[in-house]
Write a protein that binds this ligand. Structure first.
Ligand code: GTP
Length: 238
């Protein structure tokens, strides 16, 4: 069995891919596929912490653009990530992948509260830990939550799972001439205003601690494993 290049990674799953082919909500087929992919890569010995987004259910920023109080909208977005966390745990456990959900906003009846030490113990025991409700704070994206949790859980890389093959010079869906970057420095990723795949605060946190970010297409079977084995795919920011 091939061994992972990494001991521990943080996998950021955007809400956008959780909705799969649907316009809104959770696509059980995608979660089933994702659970199979995760089960497969765990065999390489890697430990995985997961931060889901919530945009498939509610996006705080969109709510505030329509006149909602931004903090209230962000709290709703954080609750959306808890929906995704519970659905993902369910999908993983169905495949026999031991998982725990921890939330930054305490809701003890449905999930463990986020406790760094406990999260680390779970990871060491080979359980995936799904971290819901972002950082628990409004005005902070789930990308930044992923960077913070990734750093404090001593993950060696942040894997940003998306539906595109990496970072392009322009939106590849709208512009067929857009070219993919194989590599970017942290500073290039921050300076380039066209790069909106991850927000600047998340990238700068990773830069400060020199933790690389790998942006890759999660919808292609086997991609997560290739990336974890260290094969070059997607865009690497380091
Ligand atoms: P170990 O310390 O390795 O034994 O971890 P464990 O998670 O198996 O044991 P623990 O006794 O902490 O938890 C048993 C089960 O209860 C697991 O499914 C946990 O996720 C769950 N659990 C633990 N604490 C809480 C909590 O505060 N709220 C909720 N809802 N579930 C919890």
């Amino acid at each position: 069995m091939a061994t992972s290049k990494y001991k521990r990674i943080l996998l950021k799953i955007s809400g956008e891919i959780i909705k799969g082919k649907r316009k809104y909500g959770i696509d059980p087929d995608f979660l089933d596929f994702l659970a199979d992919e995760i089960k497969d890569v765990l065999k390489t010995g890697v430990q995985i912490a997961i931060v889901p987004g919530g945009g498939n259910i509610f996006r705080g920023l969109s709510g505030s653009k329509k006149g909602m109080d931004r903090a209230t909208a962000d709290y709703m977005g954080m609750l959306a990530t808890v929906f995704n966390s519970l659905a993902l745990k369910d999908a993983l456990e169905k495949k026999g992948v031991k998982s725990r959900v921890q939330t930054s906003i305490t809701m003890k009846e449905i999930a463990e509260p986020y406790i760094r030490g406990k999260a680390l113990r779970h990871l060491e025991k080979g359980r995936t830990v799904i971290l819901g409700s972002g950082t628990g704070l409004p005005f902070i994206t789930t990308d930044t939550a992923a960077a913070i949790r990734g750093l404090e859980l001593k993950c060696q890389a942040i894997f940003k799972a998306t539906k595109v093959d990496g970072i392009y010079t322009d939106d590849p869906i709208k512009n067929s001439k857009a070219k993919k970057f194989k590599k970017l420095s942290f500073s290039e990723a921050i300076k380039n205003d066209k790069i909106s795949i991850m927000d600047d605060s998340a990238i700068s946190l990773c830069r400060e601690s020199n933790v690389q970010i790998i942006v890759f297409n999660m919808n292609k079977k086997g991609n997560l494993k290739k990336a974890i084995l260290g094969q070059k795919l997607g865009t690497i920011i380091n």
